[in-house]
Design a protein around this ligand. Sequence first.
Ligand SMILES: C=C(O[C@@H]1C=C(C(=O)O)C=C[C@H]1O)C(=O)O
Length: 124
Amino acid sequence: MHDRHHATGTENVDERIRDLRGRIDLMDAELAELLERRALVAAQVQRLKPVGYFAGRDMTRERELVERMAERAPRLGAEHLATIMDSVIGAGLAVAQEEAAGRDRPRSGTSGPGRRTGRPGERP
Ligand SMILES: C=C(O[C@@H]1C=C(C(=O)O)C=C[C@H]1O)C(=O)O
């Protein structure tokens, strides 16, 4: 009797963990897509700023966006969100910088043709 209850209880816990992990997996998929979209938009800002990438990091803007997020995520709060967003923003800047370095790297044996032209109005 006691053993049977215990077994049933364990089954329920396993099932509940599986369900909850399924929900986490779905949210992670959404998060990944959001992070990818965010990094693309942040890279666009980098290209427009007079000083972009890590050199143009704007800590006031970052603090403000963290404070706004904390209103929607009170459990995490500004301190944890600051840690999370520091990584998110840092990763976005790193990817944008790598991409820019790739754009600016001269193609072997060419001084013009072969190098991608970039968008109109884009800084060289
Ligand atoms: C995108 C910008 O550049 C940097 C990246 C930010 C971001 O990813 O949200 C915010 C501020 C800057 O450190 C910006 O200035 O808005």
